[in-house]
Design a protein around this ligand. Structure first.
Ligand code: ZN
Length: 97
């Protein structure tokens, strides 16, 4: 049985935040680059210790479009989990016809 692709859910975490009033509700919004973090992890995807940072569990990192995202986190996530990284990027040799 093939299990559906179980990727870690990435959430936004940030060192600083600001309060934003949205339709009468106050929301915390990350200021500065938002980093990605999985639940229970002590570091961001890019390897920063984020214990004391604000976690935005309601904000999926990949869905966060209106905020500035950490480039390194983006890279790590787009690279995927390290577990099966032995498969190299398929290389195209010289055109063979
Ligand atoms: Zn990051």
């Amino acid at each position: 049985m093939a299990t559906p692709m179980t990727t870690h859910q990435w959430y936004v975490t940030a060192q600083w935040y600001t309060w934003q009033n949205e339709r009468g509700h106050l929301h915390r919004t990350p200021t500065g680059p938002a980093h990605a973090k999985t639940f229970g992890a002590a570091t961001t995807a890019c390897g920063l210790t984020c214990d004391s940072w604000t976690k935005f569990w309601h904000l999926p990192y990949l869905g966060a479009k209106s905020i500035e995202r950490c480039r390194e986190c983006d890279l790590v996530i787009s690279r995927g989990p390290m577990t099966n990284s032995s498969s190299a990027v398929p290389r195209r040799g010289p055109a063979s016809r």
